[in-house]
Design a protein around this ligand. Structure first.
Ligand code: MTE
Length: 338
């Protein structure tokens, strides 16, 4: 009985038995069984091809074979924090895992997962520097265990006007910030993603981008209860294409403010530049709060398309999270794309 897994609430109903989700999950299950049998007989050779186990030069077989092994596997699925509910259907798990923005791998959303094979997403450390009492190198698995994990269902909105609703897993960013004891001089936090052109073909070949990806927040934004240091999705550790092993999620901002696979956090005095606002200052700004009133030059922000559903919805100010964040901003911040 101990091995029976009780499916969490977001598992698919039977009627969707032919969906891509079920297809890929079934393939994954069959492959898992095959691998355990093979591992018994073939030893090291079989385990070498185990998907998701660190990096591999080969293309993953399915979009969920990109979940890296971790000693914190037992922390998943995490208990849901019921404060964060959304009155919308959840996005299909496979749709979310096969429609990604992660330019380090490719700009082709549907191919990101296929390019993540060589990326070694765990074990992983985050370096904390700058205006803090306790700078240092922090192991992500140790942080997961120390802080514990919770599940939160959030709306997620990309500036390209697509949206999804997914259960993220992680811990509030303020727990990590408190642990490293920022000084009063720390007014902003800068986040950097990895810089590994040898493991990420998009980083290697798209040299017109200023790698690594970098983002920033004001200290009060980083400390906000909504700001989630995210290590999982749909009850499992993050697949690489979603930003394994640790990324940010800020549900009231456009998705590009949520850097993936973060390996450096700097506490600084001045407002930092960001990857996108440096690349296209006329299109991207620092705050980038979701706002139907202010269009991006290329995408109207009035409505949003739910990926995997044939539905467009009205965009909500602050993506519907005003209760948590509206008082952080004045009218000036909300009146422009910045
Ligand atoms: N982080 C890094 N390092 N590189 C990226 O290209 N894209 C951003 C954000 N974080 C990006 C990133 C954008 S534009 C979006 S919309 C979200 O990741 C997409 O997250 P998802 O693929 O998990 O849905």
């Amino acid at each position: 009985m101990a091995n029976i897994i009780v499916p969490p609430g977001w598992n698919l109903p039977e009627r969707e038995a032919t969906s891509p989700s079920v297809y890929w999950n079934r393939r994954r299950f069959i492959k898992g069984v095959g691998l355990s049998v093979a591992a018994l007989g073939l030893g090291a050779c079989a385990s070498e091809s185990r998907a998701g186990n660190g990096g591999s030069a080969t293309e993953p077989e399915g979009p969920l074979d990109t979940i890296p092994d971790t000693p914190t596997r037992d922390l998943y699925p995490a208990d849901r924090n019921e404060t964060f509910q959304v009155e919308r259907p959840l996005t299909d798990r496979i749709v979310a895992a096969t429609y990604n923005n992660f330019y380090e791998f490719t700009t082709d959303k549907e191919a990101v997962w296929k390019n993540t094979g060589p990326f070694e997403a765990r074990p992983w450390t985050v370096e904390v520097t700058g205006e803090v009492e306790r700078p240092g190198t922090y192991d992500v698995a140790e942080l997961e265990r120390e802080f514990g994990l919770e599940e939160r269902i959030y709306r997620f909105r990309c500036v390209e006007a697509w949206a999804m609703t997914v259960p993220w897993v992680g811990f509030p960013m303020h727990k990590l910030i408190r642990k490293v004891e920022p000084r009063s001089s720390a007014r902003y936090v800068r986040f950097l993603s990895f810089d590994r052109p040898d493991q990420a073909v998009g980083q290697r070949e798209q040299t017109h981008y200023n790698w690594p990806y970098y983002e920033g927040l004001r200290m009060d934004e980083a400390m906000n209860e909504l700001t989630l240091a995210t290590t999982g999705i749909f009850g499992e550790p993050l697949p690489k294409q979603h930003g394994a092993p640790i990324r940010l999620i800020l549900p009231w901002k456009y998705g590009f403010k949520s850097p993936k696979s973060v390996d450096r956090i700097e506490f600084i005095r001045e407002r930092p530049a960001t990857f996108w606002s440096d690349f296209r200052p006329d299109e991207y700004g620092f705050y980038s709060n979701v706002n139907p009133e202010v269009d991006h030059p290329r995408w109207s922000q009035r409505t949003e398309e739910m990926i995997g559903e044939d539905v467009r919805r009205e965009t909500l100010v602050h993506n519907g999270y005003g209760e948590w964040v509206a008082d952080l901003y004045d009218r000036g911040v909300m009146s422009r794309i910045s």
